[in-house]
Write a protein of this length. Structure first.
Ligand SMILES: [Zn+2]
Length: 316
């Protein structure tokens, strides 16, 4: 999800998760993050354009089925304004113009809304389809994870690095489990180092010049997982589960994310940021990327750690 709110083609497009301030004041008894959507399963309506290859459509269906089984959207999604079931998903091959006249301003991949409805946008780049990039599938997991997060938090996306880094980690764990490979294999290259001198900046904005691919946010998530394993003796799976689920759910009762962070992880955000300077920064050795990057192979998750291991760690 790109935080690209603003006027697009004369229509106000709002990234739904960008609206969250944690100011919800309803009763918590109505919301149990451990149970799926209460009024029947949360469902999606698939609007899949014929420009997409049949192979993609088939895999899309498989992925959505897996995610619905492994991480059903929590019941708290009821409380997110303008979220309702079924949620429309619009997907097409980027080689063609947006084929959905009812939603004329869609582009890229996001969870978007217009103030009365929320939907998922999946414009699959032609490049990804032509070259069989795993991103053509992992982007589905990424955007689904944002819907899951919205349900888990009632729309409280702070801080951005844990929101986007969490979605990125989810998609890479899914790829590792289902396709036997992921961006962890190449050390998440490139992890841009330019923003690290002021990690708190990532609380507010992680994309743009500082973290164009969300890999710096993801690096911070991996560093936090390592910290939890080393300082608290958590298993690798449980550390990631705590980051992906427990922390997000904690914001339901404690909307101030810094307090929720300290309560969940037993370390304050500032204390955690101070640990990041142990990781080495080097000049990129790839021709196609110029600049300083983080070289942190020791932070990459175990190759045999699966998404389902992570999602069920506390139940194991
Ligand atoms: Zn995102």
């Amino acid at each position: 999800m790109r935080r690209a709110g603003g006027l697009v083609g004369g229509v106000l497009m709002v990234m739904v998760s960008g609206c969250g301030t944690g100011s919800y004041s309803g009763s918590d008894e109505q919301c149990d993050t451990s149970t799926p959507y209460a009024e029947g399963d949360f469902s999606f309506t698939y609007n899949l354009d014929s420009s997409l290859p049949g192979e993609w459509v088939e895999e899309f269906t498989t992925i959505m089925g897996n995610l619905n089984e492994w991480a059903p959207v929590p019941a708290c999604v009821h409380d997110v304004p303008e979220m309702s079931s079924p949620m429309n998903i619009y997907a097409w091959n980027g080689a063609v113009e947006n084929p959905f006249p009812e939603k004329p301003d869609m582009q890229g991949a996001s969870i978007s809304g217009d103030g009365s409805e929320t939907w998922m946008v999946l414009e699959i780049p032609e490049y990804d389809l032509t070259y069989d990039s795993l991103h053509r599938y992992s982007v589905i997991v990424h955007e689904y994870w944002h819907v899951y997060q919205l349900g888990l938090t009632r729309d409280n996306d702070a801080p951005t690095w844990l929101w986007e880094g969490g979605a990125k980690v989810a998609e890479e764990f899914y790829s590792q489990q289902e396709y036997g490979q992921s961006e962890f294999d190449n050390g998440l290259f490139p992890i841009m180092a330019s923003g690290l001198s002021q990690p708190a900046a990532f609380e507010e904005y992680v994309d743009g010049d500082l973290d164009i691919n969300y890999n710096t946010s993801t690096f911070m998530v991996l560093a936090l997982a390592k910290e939890l394993q080393e300082a608290q003796g958590l298993s690798e799976a449980r550390a990631f589960e705590m980051i992906l689920k427990d922390f997000q759910a904690a914001k339901l009762t404690e909307p101030d994310w810094k307090i929720a962070f300290a309560a969940t992880f037993s370390v304050s955000p500032e204390e955690f940021y101070a640990t990041l300077d142990q990781y080495p920064t080097v000049a990129s050795d790839e021709d196609w990327f110029e600049g300083d990057v983080l070289d942190v192979p020791s932070l990459m998750p175990s190759k045999d750690l699966t998404f389902t291991d992570v999602l069920s760690a506390s139940a194991a």
